[in-house]
Structure formats: C-alpha cells, structure tokens
Design a protein around this ligand. Structure first.
Ligand code: FA5
Length: 359
C-alpha cells in the first residue's frame, strides 16, 4: 500500500514510476499467458480487488487534489488499456482454441456414412399380410375386432352355451371381472366372434376376412402356442355352397404355396357350422411320411371351416331360408411354418434375433 499523505511533491514521480512498471510487467506477463486459467490469474494479479493497479488507485485518495486528478487520470487510462488488452487476449485465445478444434476434429464429409441397422417385419406379420393380400385379390374386405371379447360373441351366439361340452375345445383365459356372479369377458379363443360382429353390422352379401391374435390356456408343443394368430373368413349370400368354400380355399393355397402342395379336407365338428371340415396340408418336413413336427400325421392342420349354421344366421337377424354362407378360421403360424419350413411354432415368439433375422 502506498503511503503518500503530506508528501505530495515527492510522491508524484514515485507513483508515475509505479504505473510505468505495472504497465511493463503486465505486458510481459500477458504475452506469457497461454490459456484461459493463466489469463484469469493475470487479471486477478493486476485488475482484481487486491491487484497491483487497484492498490495504486486506492492509494490516490491520500494525495492532494491536483496530484490526485493528474495521477488518477493516468491510472484510469492504464486500467482501461489493461482491460482492453485482457479482452483482446481473451478473444485471441478463443480463436486459437477454435482453430485447434477445427484442425484436430476435422470432419471429412467425403467419407462414406455408417449404415444403421435396419429392422424388418416379423415373419408372422409378413405371412399375415400375404394371406390378407391373397383374399383381398379374391374380393374379400379386411376388418378387425377386439381381442378382449364377451362370452356372448366368443361362445353363445356361436351356439356354444355355458356348460356345453364343446367349450372344452377352447381352453379359455377369463378376464378377472364378474357380473351377476359370472365372468362375461375373456381373451378371445378364436376369431370366429367376428362372424357375429360383421353380420350384426351389415346385410348380405358379405365377404370379409378378419385377422387377429387369439389366446388359449393350453400346453404348448411344436404346433401349439398359447398365443397365436388366426384369419377368419366369412362369405354370406344367396346360393353359396360348400363348393364355393372348397374353391376359395384351393385358390388361396395355390396363391400362397403354388399348385404342387397337397391339401386334405376331412369332416370336423364346430357347433357354429354344419357341415364342418378341417383342412390340412402335407407336412413340409416329412412330405407326408410322419415326423415330430406333424405329430406323425404326415399332415399339418391349418384351418377349420364349414357352412354357417342356419341358427347362427337367424341369431343375427338374417333370413336363413334365403341366405347361406361359409366360414373358415386359419392358423397364421401354421401357414408360416409350412411356408418357411419351421419345425417348431415356439420359435416365432421366443424373440431370438438369430432366428428372426433370417426372414
Ligand atoms: C377354430 O378356432 C374355429 N374358430 C375355426 C372355424 C372358423 C371353424 C369358422 C369353422 C368356421 P380350431 O380350434 O381348430 O378352430 O383352430 C383353427 C386353426 O387355428 C387350427 O387349424 C390351427 O391352424 C390354428 N390353431 C388352433 N389352436 C392353435 C394353437 N394353440 N397354436 C397355434 N395355432 C392354433
């Protein structure tokens, strides 16, 4: 700290000298600062609250007025020069840092890009789309219905009342919701409730296919999953016969698999059709000889079908004397198995990318 009181004429050259040295030292030190941290150290040393120039400025208050005015002006001009020098050095350091970043982190826009992994459609989605495409090209419309279904649609209106032994054909997952002591909602066990939904909402002629997930409370094996997909088909019009059903399904298999695959119809029982049939294709794995995939049958069942029962037609308000219809429900996973030669249905939803990447 300067002590100038009462010695004004002798102190004048001393302060001027101090200012002169501060300016010289500041210039030399500034030239040696190479980064922001060093620059901040410089600012604190000369311009900070305890810095060299600040101390001189504080000491000026002790001088007589004329000296204070002259030296004050000189000290403030020096302060301004140091602040300008600080600002200029700060931006010079910033420019240098930017140049370094541009030099070292330079982007070569001519390099080829890195291709990200591209997803693909699940084999079941691909198969489903092809099935729907084949039926659409035969004049069928595509519609959808709910996965959580009422007992009334899934069973009762399809002539499967409560306590009917036919309910055993579909082991059901019931929703945890009771009304009047019964559970009226379930995860649909098949897509057939959509027959009722479609007929309730439109008059004949009807030609629709309805894709969807189905759920059954059953043990899994090579051809059975607890969750799988079906496509329901329904055609109702005047003069529809079982010949139309067979013709439609033959045409479908030809479009999906070509004409060399063999199909087999056998009678089957479903309460909502009369007569009922099942259709199977020759097993891709053993070509009919019998293996684990087809349960030694030589055939893989792909769908159930039949002529819509007249009581189902009257149940939705259709005139069963005038209209007849056929319906079918096909298993999408079974068709995908036949198509791609997959020997176990459980591969589809095991989510093993090594399997899924093949499609
Ligand atoms: C039915 O579900 C009837 N709703 C089909 C039907 C519709 C008959 C219209 C008459 C008229 P079924 O339970 O057989 O039928 O199933 C039909 C097809 O779904 C089977 O042929 C099979 O391809 C497939 N499927 C059935 N259960 C499973 C399962 N657990 N896992 C995979 N696919 C299955």
């Amino acid at each position: 700290m300067l002590s100038l009181k009462g010695a004004w004429s002798a102190e004048m050259p001393l302060v001027q000298d101090q200012l002169h040295r501060i300016e010289e030292d500041a210039a030399r030190d500034l030239a040696a600062t190479a980064d922001e941290a060093a620059l901040e150290g410089w600012r604190v040393a000369y311009l900070g609250r305890r810095g060299r120039l600040t101390q001189v400025l504080r000491g000026l208050s002790a001088l007589v007025e004329e000296e204070r005015r002259n030296l004050g002006a000189a000290a403030n001009q020096l302060k301004q020069r140091l602040e300008d020098a600080h600002e200029a050095h700060h931006s010079a350091l910033g420019d240098a840092a930017l140049r370094t970043t541009m030099r070292e982190g330079r982007l070569d826009v001519t390099l080829p890009g890195v291709r990200g992994p591209i997803g693909r459609l699940h084999p079941i989605t691909q198969t489903l789309r092809d099935i729907l495409g084949a039926f659409a090209s035969m004049g069928f419309q595509v519609t959808e219905g709910p996965e959580i279904e009422w007992d009334r649609y899934n069973f009762e209106m399809l002539r499967i009342p409560a306590d009917h032994p036919a309910r055993d054909l579909w082991d059901t997952l019931w929703m945890d919701y009771e009304r009047d002591g019964v559970r009226p909602m379930l995860l649909r066990t098949h897509t057939s409730p959509n027959q009722i939904r479609v007929m309730e909402s439109q008059e004949p002629p009807v030609r629709v296919v309805v894709p969807g997930k189905c759920y059954r409370y059953e043990a899994t094996d090579a051809t059975h999953e607890w969750m799988f997909h079906q496509v329901e088909g329904l055609a109702v019009d005047e003069n529809i016969s079982i010949g139309d059903l067979k013709g439609t399904l033959y045409e479908f298999t030809k479009r999906m698999f070509g004409s060399e695959r063999r199909v087999r119809f056998r009678t089957d029982y479903f309460p909502f059709v009369e007569p009922g049939v099942e259709m199977a294709m020759d097993c891709f794995n053993c070509r009919g000889g019998g293996c684990r995939t087809c349960g030694n049958q030589g055939w893989i069942e792909i769908l159930g079908a039949g002529m819509v029962h007249p009581e189902v037609l009257t149940g939705v308000g259709y005139d069963a004397e005038r209209y007849t219809g056929f319906a079918f429900g096909m298993g999408v996973e079974r068709i995908a198995m036949l198509r791609y030669g997959i020997e176990d249905i459980r591969h589809f939803f095991a989510n093993d990318l090594r399997f899924l990447r093949q499609f």
